[in-house]
Design a protein around this ligand. Structure first.
Ligand SMILES: Cc1cc2nc3c(=O)[nH]c(=O)nc-3n(C[C@H](O)[C@H](O)[C@H](O)COP(=O)(O)O)c2cc1C
Length: 346
């Protein structure tokens, strides 16, 4: 599926060292694949793992209450394979009801870390009191963190945004950072946009320096990071960060972590896309599999100059077999690759 030239590592690729070590667990290199709902399932993680180059993969946010019913070692949301390396399970928690029991069940998967979602701005998540809504509620956040810390001895991280863009946001953010530290959180992922920004407006990477000083916790930087060039071009902004998290670019290019230190990596795109289909069909029930392939293809299609052709063909496919046939026709045209991938609108 891949071929690489002899030019292996570029020494100037940022964030290949040192590892990020939390509670004695080393994440090496300190590069992380983001939690992405409907994308970061076990088939996708398996595909990213085929290329390697990251320190840990996050699961998509997992509703804590749903975990009470999940068949942990078999479910495509929770299962992990040895080749994935380190996996951090991200939880969507809204209260402490049955939380110890949920954590006991999760323990069979031996998570390399737990992450509390305090960033998701999706209206459905906020309406139930999760994600960005939990971030606003200091008392509930504290209560949940106490239970998580008491029942999980490994690395505990929290993924946050900047909060709500209303008067006093900066003070509130400072208070939250102190709360997280006081409750025994080991590290943060910061996506430096406000909750209301969704994925629009530029992320405020220039804030890491002051927020690391204030939090006195390692911060993993996130938001619009595409490649080493992007990070080098803002080297001073990123210097205080302890690691980087990549999301949508990994959905478009599951090999992005491997390419981080080996820009010469050559990819067989058709083989990668088909492999994702194989893995999805293996782990998901048929009625769910096609949807997962369609979602992945929305990102993967961004690799091509006329990727919307692939996107449209797969979106309207009635079955995975039909999607494969259509994709095969697209790949047979030797589609031209885009030099710079755009993630706008997805
Ligand atoms: C389709 C999609 C699903 C996402 N789901 C989650 C999620 O489950 N949990 C979470 O904390 N963030 C989620 N995010 C946000 C990403 O983790 C990340 O913070 C965001 O995409 C910015 O990083 P990027 O520019 O590298 O994509 C999601 C983003 C996308 C595009």
């Amino acid at each position: 599926m891949t071929s690489a030239t002899t030019k292996a590592h570029i020494p100037e690729a940022p964030f290949l060292a040192p590892p990020l070590t939390l509670r004695g667990v080393a994440f090496d290199p300190p590069l992380f694949c983001a939690p992405m709902a409907e994308i970061s399932h076990s088939p996708f993680r398996r595909l990213v793992a085929d290329f390697g180059g990251y320190g840990a993969l996050f699961t998509e946010m997992l509703s804590a209450k749903m975990l009470l019913k999940e068949d942990m070692p078999r479910s495509p949301w929770t299962k992990r394979r040895a080749q994935e390396g380190r996996v951090i399970y991200q939880l969507l928690v809204v209260d402490t009801e049955k939380l110890p029991e949920i954590l006991d069940r999760l323990a069979v998967l031996a998570p390399d870390g737990l992450d509390l979602n305090s960033s998701c701005p999706a209206p459905t998540v906020r309406a139930m009191g999760g994600g960005a809504d939990l971030f606003e509620d200091a008392d509930r956040l504290r209560e949940i963190l106490r239970v998580l810390r008491k029942h999980f001895s490994g690395p505990l991280t929290v993924k946050i945004r900047l909060g709500r863009e209303t008067e006093g946001w900066r003070e509130r953010l400072g208070e939250r950072l102190r709360l997280l530290r006081d409750e025994g959180v080991d590290g943060l992922t910061l996506h430096p946009r406000f909750a209301g920004d969704k994925l629009k407006r530029a992320p405020r990477h220039e804030l890491y320096a002051e927020l690391v000083t204030e939090a006195r916790l390692p911060i993993i930087a996130n938001g619009d990071i595409l490649d080493p060039h992007y990070v080098r071009s803002r080297a001073a902004d990123f210097a205080p960060a302890a690691g980087l998290m990549l999301g949508r670019i990994a959905a478009a290019r599951p090999w992005v972590f491997a390419q981080w230190c080996n820009p010469e990596l050559v990819m067989d795109h058709a083989a990668v896309w088909n492999r994702l289909c194989d893995y999805v069909e293996e782990d998901f029930a048929a009625e769910r599999a096609l949807g997962r392939v369609k979602i992945f293809t929305a990102y993967f299609a961004r690799n091509f100059m006329f990727g919307h052709t692939l996107f449209a063909a797969v979106q309207s496919a009635p079955t995975i077999a039909a999607a494969r046939e259509r994709a095969t026709r697209f790949f047979a045209t030797a589609p031209k690759l885009t030099a710079h991938i755009s993630l706008g609108g997805i």
